[in-house]
Design a protein around this ligand. Structure first.
Ligand code: FES
Length: 441
């Protein structure tokens, strides 16, 4: 994990005052933000005066007293909630209990949920990161990671957007069974596909389907925190009805002349050949290819590219972009759920490990035979030992455990700090053993 989280915290602090503007004050510092409850109280007082005037017209003193007491109690309650939120601690890492405070449909098969901490917190994450839900489904604990579609520039809640998938047990459970008022457990945030760990000057966001979620978070962050950022956005969807966040994106394009919004639609009888310009976006019929990209974003080779979508889409985009002569050092894709990043091999003690070799994995009083081809996670799960494995691809950090003796080879250490690596921590899903190993979980 990059140490840039600290500088991010500073950046976040600088924009938290901006998000507090929605409380009808315009704070420029944390001190001013704390004055927001006063503004809220004043509004309540105004309402109270109006209500009292109506009641007083009846000239019933007792009714007036009761109404006043009731409004006072309401104002105090609202004020307490605001104060608790405004003075809440940052949540940047670890387990958390979340309460669903809002749920709505984005499209016919995509649902968004707004969560707040059961204990009030300010959510401190990097735009593009994900959170891992811990859910009990049919008596079984399951872990599933979802990218946040909200921006950390509005830290008092997070929004998670979930697409229903044919046969998708967990996503369908979340979409159908989680409702306003429910409390769920989660951990995180995680993920290196974010705007803090990948700095850029000019952005090109390419997404398809629900892969738009991290791009939406990033765009909201840039428009809130780095005002005037040069953003080109090309989203692929089946049809107009399948565009997720259509209204939010349109509003961003309306606000910022440097937010260049484009859609590629597979089925859109209303579109003509070539580029179709609408009020806030440009549209083309068909799937992604370099010809369309060059038409919509002529300077795409001067940009840093972020890609997220279904695996076939990402593979096709990568191949096409690479063939175009693009500098792939500026190409980044969300590897969530895909193969581990083999470019970050560490803890490598043997490059010629015999793949048929058998070693012994020792965990507490258990001795588990493991081949050089199996991961630590496979060994742990074969014995039914408890371990959280949300992404299974070295991205979420949920399967962290400590090697106390023996040697290993890891294909990802994405979420580990330097200190953790020195102390022997590895990601079980991305680590194979190259000798007998003792593990602490
Ligand atoms: S399961 Fe996510 S890093 Fe291993």
């Amino acid at each position: 994990m990059s140490s840039s989280g600290f500088s991010f915290s500073a950046a976040l602090s600088s924009v938290q005052s901006a998000s507090a503007q929605s409380a009808s004050v315009q704070p420029t510092s944390a001190e001013k933000a704390k004055e927001a409850p006063k503004a809220t109280f004043s509004m309540s007082s105004a309402l109270k005066s109006s209500a009292l005037a109506n009641v007083a017209s009846n000239s019933e003193a007792k009714t007036v007293t009761d109404a006043e007491a009731k409004l006072d109690a309401q104002a105090e309650k609202v004020s307490d909630v605001d104060k608790a939120l405004l003075s809440a601690d940052d949540w940047q890492r670890g387990d958390i209990k979340l309460r669903c405070v809002e749920k709505w449909h984005e499209t016919h098969d995509v649902v968004s949920f707004r969560f707040q901490g059961l204990t009030p917190v300010k959510f401190n994450y990097k735009p593009g990161q994900f959170i891992t839900f811990k859910l009990e489904i049919d008596g079984e604990m399951v872990y599933r990671s979802y990218t946040m579609s909200s921006s950390p520039s509005r830290p008092y809640s997070i929004v998670v957007t979930v697409k229903r998938i044919e046969g998708g047990k967990v996503s369908n459970f979340v979409a159908e069974q989680v409702n306003q008022g429910d409390v769920i457990s989660a951990l995180g945030p995680d993920g290196v596909f974010n705007l803090v760990d990948i700095p850029a000057e000019k952005y090109l966001f390419l997404s398809a389907g629900s892969g738009i979620t991290p791009m939406y978070s990033m765009s909201r962050w840039l428009l809130d925190a780095r005002v005037g950022s040069d953003i080109a956005f090309v989203h692929s969807a089946r049809s107009n009805d399948d565009i997720i966040f259509a209204d939010g994106l349109s509003s961003m394009a309306h606000r910022s002349a440097k937010f260049n919004l484009n859609y590629l639609l597979e089925s859109a009888p209303e579109l003509n050949e070539g580029v179709n310009h609408t009020g806030n976006d440009s549209r083309m019929l068909g799937r992604f290819d370099i010809g369309k990209l060059a038409l919509l974003i002529p300077d795409f080779k001067q940009r840093t590219i972020f890609v997220c979508g279904p695996e076939p889409y990402m593979a096709a985009v990568k191949s096409l972009i690479e063939t175009s002569g693009f500098n792939m050092a500026n190409f980044h894709q969300e590897s969530f759920g895909g193969a581990a990043n083999t470019s970050s091999v560490i803890n490598k003690v043997s490059s010629d490990a015999n793949s048929s070799a058998q070693f012994m994995l020792k965990i507490a009083d258990k001795n588990i035979p493991l081949s050089a081809e199996q991961t630590l996670l496979e060994g742990i799960e074969s014995e039914g030992l408890p371990i959280i494995a949300a992404c299974r691809s070295g991205v979420c950090g949920a399967c962290k455990c400590q090697v106390t003796s023996g040697t290993t080879e890891s294909s990802s250490t994405m979420t580990l700090t330097e200190d953790e690596i020195v102390a022997g921590y590895v990601l079980a899903c991305s680590t194979k053993i190259t000798s007998d190993v003792t593990l602490k979980m």
